[in-house]
Design a protein around this ligand. Structure first.
Ligand code: ACO
Length: 361
């Protein structure tokens, strides 16, 4: 007698064989392409000069150590989900879809409105995406590329035809404004893509993901979960805010990026010479430059917009990707290397061929 038959809860259930048949019938090998892309940043701008009034810092230090000049700050009456809604609307319009067409929503964020309901469930409701299933990916700054890789699995295997992947963050809500080594870095924003099926071999060409959990403590919010539920002590010690060992993260990033990018390119069957654009997590200009040099890709091909938005964690790659799209830099057939790194410590890379022919709507 099988385990299933022994368990009285499942008596009479024959889902096992039909599930297998459903999967076999449903599974198709298809391509997963970007059908829509969009982003949104809140209006309020926080400049380096503004930060000089909050902590002991200077425009000169911030620019030379990070490349950042300003960042966006979420309005008091907005939450992460509101940023996600705005970016999603742009991506849906770009794909020519209505929210009701969506079958799956994936949100990458480390600053959801609430631990639960999830950011994606809140977004589903606010968008009116009544048919969609949803879940979050909580992999820090790799959230966007991880969401794209994950969403593509459903598209490539025939599970869903209209998948929305959103990366949205309100990092300024968890920034320690007394710590000059971190508060100058972070900003808020959101980006979104719509994934749809196409011929096998189009769109996502290859990907690689890795986690180096031993380094988790280098970037964390110590009091943010069941290990240390926020209490008076946590608030007094700023333990409900971001703690980062910048040196450690810098080292891990500069070593990890060529490794994960190399794996993704080799799986995609391309080399650095084939890559038209690198869309990387926007953490620090020095990291972008070092990574470009180690990858053997011209610095001009590594998209940088961190001078305007700072580090927006999961959202940063989506904002950079959307920027080259809106600026008309992306051409049909361009190969884009996506590289994320961040809390975990997580690393993710993907090679995507840009298949869209229409200009941004
Ligand atoms: N203004 C002025 N001085 C400062 C500031 C500031 N804002 N911050 C630090 N300093 C001082 C330090 O106190 C130190 O002074 P000291 O030498 O007298 O002790 C000096 O500047 C040098 O500090 P470092 O920490 O060595 O500065 P560094 O050049 O390493 O830059 C930074 C720090 C920008 C954080 C860098 O380490 C970095 O970018 N790390 C990677 C961050 C990252 O990639 N994060 C990604 C993930 S983020 C996420 O997932 C949410």
């Amino acid at each position: 007698m099988s385990a299933l038959q022994r368990c009285s809860r499942f008596n009479g259930v024959t889902a096992r064989s039909t599930t297998g048949k459903w999967l076999l019938d449903t599974m198709k090998l298809r391509g997963s392409v970007i059908a829509g892309l969009g982003s949104y940043v809140p209006e309020r701008i926080l400049t380096n000069a503004d930060l000089e009034k909050i902590v002991d810092t200077s425009d000169e230090w911030i620019v030379t150590h990070t490349g950042m000049k300003e960042r966006r700050v979420i309005a008091e009456d907005q939450n992460t989900s509101d940023l996600a809604v705005e970016a999603s609307k742009v991506a849906l319009r770009d794909a020519g879809l209505a929210a009701e067409d969506l079958e799956l929503i994936i949100v990458g964020t480390v600053t959801p409105d609430t631990v639960f309901p999830s950011a994606s469930a809140i977004l589903e409701d606010k968008l009116g995406a009544k048919r969609a299933a949803s879940f979050d990916v909580v992999t820090g700054c790799t959230g966007f590329v991880d969401g794209m890789i994950t969403g593509s699995q459903y598209v490539m295997t025939g599970g869903y035809d209209n998948v929305l992947v959103v990366a949205a963050e309100a990092l300024t809500r968890v920034t320690n404004w007394e710590d000059r080594s971190t508060c100058v870095l972070f900003g808020d924003g959101a980006g979104a893509v719509v994934l749809q099926p196409d011929e096998a071999g189009k769109g996502l060409l290859g990907y690689a993901m890795d986690t180096q959990g031993f380094a988790g403590e280098a970037l964390t919010i110590p009091s943010s979960g069941s290990a240390w539920p926020p209490d008076e002590k946590a608030i007094a010690e700023n333990a409900t805010k971001i703690y980062m060992n910048g040196h450690e993260i810098f080292r891990m990033a500069v070593r990890g990026i060529p490794h994960i990018a190399g794996l993704a390119m080799s799986k995609a069957g391309v080399t650095n010479e084939d890559i038209d654009w690198v869309v990387m997590h926007q953490a620090n200009q020095r990291i972008l430059d070092a990574a470009a040099d180690r990858l053997g890709i011209e610095r001009a091909r590594v998209v940088s917009n961190l001078h305007k938005y700072g580090n927006t964690s999961a959202a940063s790659m989506a904002l950079a990707f959307d920027e080259i799209y809106r600026d008309g830099c992306l051409q049909t057939g361009d190969l884009v290397l996506l590289v994320g790194f961040g809390a975990g410590f997580c690393l993710s890379g993907a090679v995507v061929r840009w298949e869209k022919e229409t200009p941004p709507r």
